[in-house]
Design a protein around this ligand. Structure first.
Ligand SMILES: C[S@@+](CC[C@H](N)C(=O)[O-])C[C@H]1O[C@@H](n2cnc3c(N)ncnc32)[C@H](O)[C@@H]1O
Length: 185
């Protein structure tokens, strides 16, 4: 496996990107992990560029579980040697089987949401909301704001920030789970 960029270009439909994320984007996400987080999830770890920053910035007693569906990218992720890191070669959809309801402090999604069918986006966002603790943090980056309204159905108090130093420049959505609002059925 010769690196993420080559893989991404050959597999645009599953990666949705032409390059790995920049360190600026990775740090922007990692710095938003709550200081008291114990359980952190990453969806769509790719070659681990963001994973490594999450491991660096997460609290010392936190555990990071990363999901990556591509078998070809696994060797790159298996090189990450950290005692609080778990790698799952599985779909992001499996989080509801692997984590209890209301058990996750922070979930970072690098998934190419814009490429997913609408029903799959709804299923994924309702799974994410279900496993997050009340007041848990949801982070997602996206190159354009195509899914902002949809994400807001699940995370109404959505904040946005802009990371220009990325290819392409990216928006970062930050949502907080509010238990008073029921997710879409
Ligand atoms: C935009 S890339 C992000 C890679 C890396 N995290 C980064 O930011 O450079 C999206 C990644 O999500 C993975 N992916 C796509 N669908 C997935 C799914 N259903 N479950 C888990 N991973 C998935 C792709 O294989 C790809 O590695």
């Amino acid at each position: 496996m010769k690196g993420f960029t080559r893989y991404a270009l050959k597999n645009l439909k599953s990666t949705g990107s032409v390059a790995r994320s920049s360190k600026f984007l990775a740090k922007n996400l990692a710095k938003q992990i709550p200081a008291d987080a114990k359980t952190v999830i990453e969806l769509g770890a790719g070659d681990g560029i963001i994973t490594k920053q999450l491991l660096e910035y997460m609290p010392q007693n936190a555990t990071l579980t990363a999901y990556e569906i591509s078998e070809q990218l696994l060797p790159l992720l298996k090189r990450i040697d950290h005692r609080r890191f778990k790698l799952k070669h599985a779909s992001a959809m499996d989080i509801v089987q692997d984590f209890a309801i209301d058990s996750v402090d922070c979930l970072v999604s690098c998934l190419p949401l814009a490429l997913f069918p609408l029903e799959m986006k709804h299923e994924l966002l309702s799974h994410i909301k279900a496993v997050l603790k009340p007041n848990g943090t949801f982070l997602q980056y996206q190159y354009w704001l195509s899914d902002k309204a949809l994400i807001q159905e699940y995370f109404p108090q959505l904040k946005l920030n802009w990371v220009p130093l990325n290819i392409p420049p990216s928006f970062v959505y930050t949502g907080t789970k509010d238990n008073n609002l029921e997710p879409r059925k």
